[in-house]
Design a protein around this ligand. Structure first.
Ligand SMILES: Cc1ncc(COP(=O)(O)O)c(C=O)c1O
Length: 176
């Protein structure tokens, strides 16, 4: 469905819809925050159907928008979510998180990969969470993001008028 069209999204759901997949802040799509109405409307649609609400927070998750997860800005939560870049802090980790209901038939160990769950990567992920969840860290991300949005982007636009357009998009510390 077209970007931001939550009514179109709701209308597209049928009895054979397995799930709705949303990237709350589109990264490669041009750092476009999806309007809150989309995840909120999709959440309501999933609640009245068998469709699962799935978020791709590989790029926007784990602190980068000023909240632990980008979907928190919309005040709702998914059934299943992919995270990766932020939780690794540079180290290669990916994770698929799910609620009790969202995990379906997956028990611990059934979602296996060659390197999945390895102790080194898990230790790194734990260390990243210690930092990101420390008191004040996420507030600091939001403050720095605001500074970047307000003065930083203007300075960049002034210094590079040939490459910086009028429009500034993003959330937290993710800007384009
Ligand atoms: C939003 C998003 N989803 C998924 C991926 C793919 O993740 P991975 O390379 O961990 O499979 C990326 C990678 O850039 C991404 O930005």
């Amino acid at each position: 469905v077209p970007f931001g069209d939550h009514r179109g999204g709701a209308a597209a759901i049928g009895p054979e819809t397995a799930g709705i997949l949303i990237e709350p802040v589109q990264g490669e799509g041009g750092m476009r925050p999806v309007p809150h109405a989309v995840p909120a409307g999709s959440c309501a649609s999933c609640a009245t159907s068998t469709a699962a609400l799935i978020f791709d927070e590989v790029q926007c998750g784990v602190g980068r928008t000023g909240k632990l997860f980008a979907h928190e800005w919309a005040g709702i939560a998914p059934d299943v979510m992919a995270i990766a870049k932020g939780i690794g802090g540079g180290f290669p980790i990916g994770a698929c998180l799910a609620t009790e209901e969202g995990r379906g038939g997956h028990d611990a160990g059934t979602h296996g990969t060659t390197f999945g769950g390895n102790p080194l990567a898990m230790a790194v992920g734990n260390a990243v969470l210690d930092v990101v969840l420390a008191p004040g860290f996420l507030d600091h991300v939001a403050q720095m993001g605001l500074r970047l949005r307000c003065s930083g982007s203007r300075e960049l636009a002034t210094a590079h008028p040939d490459v910086v357009a009028e429009e500034v998009r993003g959330r937290g510390c993710c800007w384009a």
